[in-house]
Design a protein around this ligand. Sequence first.
Ligand SMILES: *[C@@H]1O[C@H](CO)[C@@H](O)[C@H](O)[C@H]1NC(C)=O
Length: 203
Amino acid sequence: MMLIPILLASIVAAGHCSASVEEVFASHKVVPDVIAQAPNQFLKVTYKQGLVAKEGVELTPTQVKDQPLVEWSAASGDYYTLILTDPDAPSRADPKFREFKHWVVVNIPGNDVARGEVLTAYIGSGPPKGTGLHRYVFLLYKQSSKLDFKEPHVSNKSRRDRPSFKAAKFAETYQLGNPVAGNFYQAQYDDYVPELHKQLSEE
Ligand SMILES: *[C@@H]1O[C@H](CO)[C@@H](O)[C@H](O)[C@H]1NC(C)=O
């Protein structure tokens, strides 16, 4: 008679060891600020020196200046879209340019990001001084097939089309459904930010 409650208690305790994507996205309001529904899986995002961008951990702009390794288990023959977006532009308190687009790669065959089509080249975090922590959200969508994306290509030297982006709207336009995986880190101003802003000088 005593066994069942004990068993249940241990199952519940084990479940709490690691938070789900849903819990983490809800507690940091990635849902609903960026997407309406959390994906089921965490995306694995690794920066230089093995720094892992996950579950809202704080990283510095210096640490995330180079494109990370993004990994997921893909079915061969499938195409994916990867997005990195900052809903806290220019700040989480006053997100009037929500979202700032950091990276968009489409038509990724399987999980080979290098072979995808880069619509918007990767740039790291550039949160302006005094704007606090920004959330940087990675979203992975599974495409129905290889698609024709009618979008301008934006280099890593340009801020063109980066502000006032909406990942959810982009996904809707290309009928990508809900993201299948995601993750995010947070960052605030450091000395690398002025350098990044200088880099984004081209039209
Ligand atoms: C910008 O993109 C170019 C071309 O892909 C690349 O060689 C360069 O390293 C990038 N610069 C930065 C700062 O990421």
